[in-house]
Design a protein around this ligand. Structure first.
Ligand SMILES: Cc1cc2nc3c(=O)[nH]c(=O)nc-3n(C[C@H](O)[C@H](O)[C@H](O)COP(=O)(O)O)c2cc1C
Length: 191
């Protein structure tokens, strides 16, 4: 069975270190036989979550993003830590995708329930985005996603890459372990 994964970063800027880290994970997952759809959240015109907007006209971009989440068995996510927590872009995308559509119950969580996530963070600080990734783990677990125990942190990320690769073999090795675990968990959870 080919595992289907969706990959996205919590930073939208050109030259994002997290996008660079995510790209490595995507390559690793494809090399291990997974079918990976890699998206940029910037390409989705997501408004800030607003309950009135949700009631009046569920934004098409939010519906499209949710459908992608639903269509995949797991997620590869790399996100910066902003002020000790997750990036707003990432949280907003998750909040929209967690909302019920088409008569679903409030707790259906059809974009997340039974899915797997592998988390990564690259930060310019010395702690590698640990606080952001820990909060991300808690958010995803709250919405019924199984988060792999492995995770990858890249501190001082502005000096960590050379020609798109990680200079330090340790995070590179951890990345392989994380991706392998996500694929394995997704296979085991497949209905
Ligand atoms: C609003 C904001 C808050 C930030 N807060 C933190 C932080 O709490 N911890 C940290 O290590 N880096 C922090 N940074 C620095 C990021 O690690 C750095 O900008 C990083 O390159 C962002 O990831 P990106 O390269 O994928 O865009 C912050 C950056 C911004 C813009």
């Amino acid at each position: 069975m080919t595992v289907k994964l969706l990959a996205f970063a919590g930073s939208t800027r050109a030259g994002s270190l997290n996008q660079a880290l995510l790209d490595l994970a995507v390559g690793e997952a494809r090399a291990r036989g997974a079918q990976v759809t890699s998206i940029r959240l910037k390409d989705f015109a997501l408004p800030l979550y607003d309950g009135d907007l949700e009631q009046s006209d569920f934004p098409p971009a939010a519906r499209e993003l949710k459908a992608l989440f639903q269509a995949n068995q797991g997620f590869l996510i790399a996100s910066p830590e902003y002020n000790g927590s997750v990036s707003g872009v990432l949280k907003n995308a998750i909040d929209w995708a967690s909302r019920p559509t088409d008569g679903e119950s409030m707790v259906a969580l059809s974009a997340f329930r039974g899915k797997v996530a592998g988390l990564m963070a690259a930060s310019m600080g010395p702690f590698g985005g640990l606080r952001g990734i820990t909060t991300m783990r808690q958010i995803l677990q709250t919405i019924q996603t199984l988060v792999a125990t492995e995770q990858v942190l890249v501190p001082m990320a502005h000096t960590a890459f050379a020609d798109g690769a990680l200079k330090d073999p340790l995070p590179a090795q951890l990345l392989g372990g994380l991706v392998a675990r996500v694929i394995d968990l997704a296979e085991r959870l497949a209905p």
